[in-house]
Design a protein around this ligand. Structure first.
Ligand code: XMP
Length: 319
């Protein structure tokens, strides 16, 4: 019977059988799939699981600390945090093309992950949060959308020099099953049912060149948007919602003064499959509150716009 408990028990048995006494490495992103794998493998093999969490500087507000709090502090999972923000900002300096940015972000992730895994000389296995739709997607060779580790290492096999076996306990599961077992494993619902977040993170939500200053402003605006969506019970009425940083300056007034500052766009969509999407009809009063809070609280933002483009013709992300 496919109950969450049975799937977990069965996966634990299989993982133990597969890896024996060996160490296993996992790239923990903070997303649902890798988080569920971490929780599952921690139950199965405890300290033999070593997670590598790369803070790219392109994560949401406090996300790095939250991942460490949940896994390292609360659950006692062994997590190596790599603070790589500076490396990312340097690598992205002067780069404006969206696909070039995605490549740089993805390649740097693999590079850093490889550096860390090379230090773990006892590790024999690489765990991944590959789920069933990824297996199908890779078979159709639609690349670039799956999380970088997945698209680089899964299904098609590992690079020759990375002599690690693969552990993919979610390979036969659909997303809703992954969420169900995540909750059963004790992960907070708030994280298990979070909106999807792209692998390149804020790197594709800062239009054009990525700068730390822009990322900091975007994080604050995005956090206000998320906070209010939750507070107004709108978060789960949208499928994906986020702020986008537009590197354009616009004039505003503040008290007696004139200001000339950056623009934030808010995006919220309703969709079933993310292939097509409708912009979310958020209440006007809610949108007004968003513009007031973001402009008043985020120093450097003078204007907020709401994206009313459907997919198609627009995509969900702006890049
Ligand atoms: P678009 O923008 O193509 O997005 O309408 C559809 C879904 O895919 C996500 N997305 C990405 N996810 N790496 C990812 O892991 C990417 O490069 C990427 N680009 C878009 C997007 O957030 C939405 O859920």
């Amino acid at each position: 019977l496919w109950t969450a408990k049975n799937i977990i028990a069965d996966s634990i048995d299989r993982v133990r059988e597969q890896v024996g006494e060996d160490q296993v490495i996992l790239g923990l992103s903070g997303g649902v799939d890798s988080s569920v794998v971490a929780a599952l493998l921690h139950q199965a093999i405890g300290d033999k699981l070593i997670c590598v969490f790369v803070d790219t500087g392109l994560l949401r507000l406090n996300e790095g600390d939250q991942v460490m709090a949940m896994f390292a502090e609360n659950m006692g999972v062994h997590v190596i945090r790599v603070n790589a923000a500076e490396r990312y900002y340097i690598a992205l300096k002067g780069v404006t093309d969206p696909e070039a940015k995605r490549k740089i972000i993805g390649n740097l992730f693999v590079e850093i992950f490889d550096e860390e895994s090379n230090k773990l000389t006892n590790a024999k296995w690489l765990a991944q949060g590959t789920i069933y739709p990824d297996v199908i997607e890779s078979a159709g060779s639609k690349t670039g959308k799956a999380h970088v580790i997945k698209s680089h290492h899964n299904v098609g096999g590992l690079p020759e020099d990375m002599k690690l076996g693969l552990v993919e306990p979610l390979r036969e599961l659909f997303k809703d099953e992954v969420r169900t077992i995540g909750v059963e494993l004790g992960l907070p619902e708030k994280m298990v049912y979070r909106h999807p977040f792209p692998g390149p993170g804020l790197g594709v939500r800062i239009l054009g060149e990525v700068k730390e200053e822009y990322a900091d402003l975007l994080r604050q605006a995005d956090n206000i948007f998320m906070e209010e969506l939750h507070k107004h019970d709108l978060y789960h009425k949208t499928s994906q919602a986020f702020a986008v940083f537009l590197p354009v300056k616009s004039v505003g007034v503040m008290g007696d003064g004139r200001r000339y500052d950056w623009v934030i766009a808010l995006r919220a969509v309703e969709t079933i499959d993310f292939m097509t999407a409708r912009w979310a009809r958020l209440p006007y009063d809610f949108l007004e509150l968003m513009s007031l809070r973001i402009i008043n609280e985020v120093d450097g933002i003078s204007r907020v716009t709401y994206d009313i483009s459907g997919k198609p013709p627009a995509t969900i992300e702006w890049e």
